[in-house]
Design a protein around this ligand. Structure first.
Ligand SMILES: [Cu+2]
Length: 723
């Protein structure tokens, strides 16, 4: 392994870095073990009517995130946060949650939302986690126009050398933000992609910024999006998606719920219990109760990126914006929608009695990211096996029913977490802290019979969903033909270790990539590979490699060459998991290096021509993985065998998904030329696909894709008219 000892020159630069870091507001971390549990109730997230036009303002305000008594007895601590506030007035009093509302939209009725960025400036923000942690050495939404990304390029050209000058400083100007509707079936202009950001002072915009024509008069800190809501009933959500800063904006609080209801679909039981959303997010705090991101206090510097950390893992767990809350339940059925809104933490969840440790009741999953399941799936902690825990990686949701019937009032249940972090082979969470998510307290019920939908009867939840994949065989469903197969890799790029003052620093991850390709698809010299398609969006050229055709079905085989699991998320579409299969990583990596000819060049794309099919008939520019596969294909877990927009891709495995670039409810036999969207799915910056570990997404584990529309397809949702 290459290793170098730094020169005096670099040591001086490092001293300069320390001096600059010293200017940041120092934060002393508060250990999670010092935070009291189950003191305050679960905040409820207000529902707002999405059949009317809405205004959501991004505001800075105080929330009572930490429990009462964390510092002084009986006093609720106050934490500076950001959030989406309904209306145009930012709160001046402390709120119970930083999270935005749950927008209840209706299928077929568009929701027009005016988003206003009122977050102010990084120079004056009270959210220290943001102020101290914006990293100018990663490719980010730099409002000061350094689109050439000099800091990032310097970091890449001189691996192992610490960034210098302004590259090592925190950002100090107007805060950029943009809103993405995660799981939303929306035109690309409304996707809220990473380059569609706009600043709070209205002066700076990413090159893919969009607002409804005619709304420019509202000012440059505003974007008006009119979502079509044509999709099936789904439990989606919205959150920030700013290039290279999403991890900080979401960490500060910019997320909310979005429910697409489908009252016209009479196959969905009418007696499902009302939804209680449960947004699970790990957080850390300083001794003043302020949000703490690891860069905010002395830490082992990553010399390549002074403030970015490969995976943020907090030491407390907040649900709906409150750390370790309790929730009172009557002995009857409840419907919860879990949202893993964490930066990097995976949860493996089950319920257990807090006193006698008896496991249960079971969690019945009734819906996945993008639609209802056909039948409820029982996740029984007593049963063992793969279905004993509800596993959610960042970005995933689960629509569930839990039946508390038969539990005596006074019973206390813990929602436990046993997922290792980083997932799946990191540290086991402590049973007294990160092994606990929240508490359910059983209180006396009314005694009236529970007439809500009973998942244990096995009754259907819907008319059977369209199947692209057959969950019993791990192959495409009968009658489904894939027009394209892609094999794409997940790669981690390691920095060079270095020695400073006799102390050895590991190089650490420099960036994490999909298909060994940078976000903008260009090489270090700014050129686009000949096998990529250069597209100019408002003067910025990006190299695209995924250009799927609307209506076509594709198989994506994602080859995970890293040591961690990654929740891979595709915008626009819901897809279906086909299977996962182990492969010989060592032998495949040898073939990969050989295909490169000499040494793999990090960030230069796949080793071979992307557009040429390999021996497995797959494009993507990678050696065929087929001959390196080992063992049987693993079928999806029953509760994953539905419409997903984010799915866990484990290390050492190839994960296969079936993606049709069309709405979910066209019959599987629909000819590609007829399976079209209501809008033209093309233009702007297109869509993106990425890892939903937000720290990874922020450091290049994301690629744009452009959908090629079906020519002449009828469109009922028209740009310039409807949005
Ligand atoms: Cu990742």
């Amino acid at each position: 392994m290459r290793r170098h000892t730094v020169s005096t020159f670099v040591l001086m630069a490092l001293a300069a870095v320390s001096a600059v870091m010293g200017q940041a507001t120092q934060q002393v971390p508060l250990p999670g073990s010092a935070v009291p549990q189950f003191v305050d109730p679960l905040p409820s997230l207000p529902a707002v009517d999405g059949t009317q036009s809405l205004k959501l303002t991004m505001c800075e305000f105080k929330s009572s995130v930490l429990p009462t008594g964390t510092f002084a007895p009986g006093v609720a601590p106050e934490t500076w946060t950001w959030g989406y506030i309904v209306g145009d007035t930012c709160p001046t009093t402390t709120r119970s949650s930083y999270l935005g509302p749950v927008i209840v939209a209706q299928r077929g009725v568009p929701t027009e939302i005016t988003f206003v960025n009122n977050l102010g400036s990084a120079a004056t923000t009270n959210v220290l986690a943001y102020k101290n942690s914006v990293d100018q050495t990663i490719h980010w939404a730099d409002p000061l126009g350094r689109e050439a990304n000099q800091c990032a390029e310097d970091a890449m050209m001189m691996p192992g050398m610490p960034p210098m000058g302004e590259c090592a400083e925190n950002y100090n100007d107007s805060i950029p933000a943009v809103v993405h509707l995660h799981g939303g079936d929306v035109p690309p202009q409304l996707d809220g992609g990473p380059d569609a950001w706009f600043t709070s002072d209205g002066n700076y915009h990413g090159h893919a910024y969009y607002t409804k024509p005619g709304s420019e008069i509202l000012g440059g800190n505003t974007a008006v999006y009119r979502y079509p809501n044509n999709q099936e009933m789904s439990t989606i959500w919205f959150h920030d998606h700013t290039l290279g800063a999403t991890r900080l904006n979401v960490y500060a609080g910019l997320a909310g719920g979005y429910l697409v209801t489908d009252p016209a679909n009479s196959s969905i039981p009418a007696n499902l219990p009302a939804i209680t959303p449960l947004v699970v997010q790990d957080r850390s705090f300083d001794k003043n109760g302020q949000l703490y991101f690891p860069a905010g206090a002395p830490h082992t510097p990553n010399v390549d990126h002074p403030y970015w950390v490969p995976e943020f893992l907090g030491d407390t767990i907040a649900v709906n914006g409150k750390v370790w809350p309790y929730f009172n339940v009557e002995p009857r059925r409840y419907r919860f929608v879990f949202v893993n809104g964490s930066n990097a933490r995976t949860y493996e969840m089950y319920l257990a009695n807090q006193v006698n440790k008896v496991k249960g009741p079971a969690i019945w999953q009734i819906g996945t990211d993008g639609a209802m399941l056909d039948h409820p799936v029982k996740i029984d902690p007593v049963g063992g096996g793969t279905f004993s825990k509800l596993v959610l990686m960042p970005g995933e949701r689960a629509d569930v029913i839990i039946d508390f019937a038969g539990l005596p009032p006074g019973t206390k249940l813990l929602l436990r977490n046993v997922a290792k972090a980083p997932y799946p082979s990191g540290e086991t969470p402590s049973g007294s802290t990160m092994g606990r998510i929240m508490q359910f307290r059983v209180i006396a019920g009314s005694g009236a019979p529970d007439t809500s939908f009973d998942p244990s009867t096995g009754a259907p939840l819907r008319a059977p969903m369209v199947r692209l994949a057959n969950p019993a065989t791990g192959t495409l469903a009968t009658g489904v033909v894939a027009q394209v197969k892609r094999q794409l890799t997940l790669n981690e790029v390691m920095g060079m270790p270095m020695t400073v003052d006799g102390t050895e620093y590991p190089g650490g991850p420099l960036e994490i990539l999909v298909n060994n390709t940078k976000w903008n698809g260009t090489r270090a010299d700014g050129t686009v590979r000949p096998d990529f398609t250069a597209i100019d969006v408002n003067g910025i050229v990006t190299g695209y490699s995924e250009l799927p055709k609307e209506g076509e079905t594709e198989i994506w085989e994602i080859i995970n060459l890293t040591a961690d699991a990654h929740p891979i998320h595709l915008h626009l579409v819901q897809f279906q998991l086909m299977s996962r299969q182990n492969f010989d990583t060592k032998k495949y990596e040898e073939a990969y290096e050989q295909a490169y000819g000499d040494e793999v060049v990090d960030g230069f794309g796949p080793p071979l021509d992307y557009t040429v099919q390999n021996a497995d008939g797959a494009v993507g520019g990678n050696p065929a993985v087929g001959r390196f596969l080992r063992g049987q294909s693993k079928l999806p877990n029953e509760n994953e065998a539905g419409w997903k927009d984010t799915v866990a891709m484990l290390p050492g495995q190839v994960t296969r998904i079936a993606v049709r670039w069309a709405p979910t409810d066209y019959p599987a036999s629909t000819p590609p030329a007829d399976a079209h969207y209501a809008f033209v799915p093309n233009g702007g910056h297109g869509y993106v696909w990425h890892c939903h570990i937000v720290d990874h997404e922020d450091n290049e584990m994301m690629r744009p894709n452009e959908v090629i529309p079906i020519p002449g397809a009828p469109r009922t949702y028209v740009q310039g008219v409807d949005y």
